[in-house]
Design a protein around this ligand. Structure first.
Ligand SMILES: CC(C)(COP(=O)(O)OP(=O)(O)OC[C@H]1O[C@@H](n2cnc3c(N)ncnc32)[C@H](O)[C@@H]1OP(=O)(O)O)[C@@H](O)C(=O)NCCC(=O)NCCS
Length: 149
């Protein structure tokens, strides 16, 4: 499994979009608009790739010089609960740290809060609704060691 940064609009980007659409959007009756995808050219795309297939991916939005937002985290349905999601985040974090980011924030779907907590992320604020699903804002300062529960 290779950790890669995906170029926007590349072949791997098409596979990333296919995976994200199928697992994150279609179940909610949503699609990606061309405007949304165009805006993603300013974002960073990371993935675990095996045999030219995207098995896990996540998008990073640089919010400021030291704060990054992680969004659209997903693992292929045949590969979930096998450590890929954790592995992807553990490789994204030092990559961002090397680029000067000090903190990651994200909006976690309720069912994924435990996953992020195990990686050292903490909830902040109150539960809120987004695309009809309960969410929690979570963050992690990158200079603190990840908590392994
Ligand atoms: C949530 C997701 C990204 C986690 O990635 P993953 O590769 O499956 O997770 P890992 O194997 O690294 O899990 C590590 C630990 O996190 C916890 N965890 C992972 N998925 C979980 C879930 N759905 N519910 C509760 N705990 C979960 C478990 O403690 C797990 O350890 P275990 O399998 O030994 O019990 C992935 O399952 C996924 O893509 N789910 C569907 C889309 C989604 O919900 N994305 C997140 C949007 S915020």
């Amino acid at each position: 499994m290779e950790f890669v940064e995906i170029d926007w609009n590349s072949n791997l980007y098409s596979l990333e979009i296919e995976l994200r659409a199928r697992l994150l959007r279609t179940p909610l009756g949503l699609t990606f608009s061309s405007e949304e995808l165009e805006a993603e050219s300013a974002e960073l795309h990371f993935a675990l790739v095996d045999k030219d297939q995207v098995r896990a991916c996540a998008v990073i939005v640089p919010l400021s010089s030291d704060l990054a937002k992680l969004r659209q985290m997903v693992v292929h349905e045949n590969y979930q609960r096998q450590g890929l999601g954790s592995s992807l985040i553990r490789q994204i974090e030092p990559t961002l740290q090397h680029r000067g980011f000090q903190k990651i924030e994200l909006n976690a779907r309720e069912e994924a809060v435990n996953f992020y907590q195990r990686l050292g992320y903490q909830t902040v604020g109150d539960r809120f609704m987004e695309v009809g699903i309960g969410h929690w804002k979570m963050y992690r300062p990158l200079d603190q060691p990840a908590r392994h529960v």
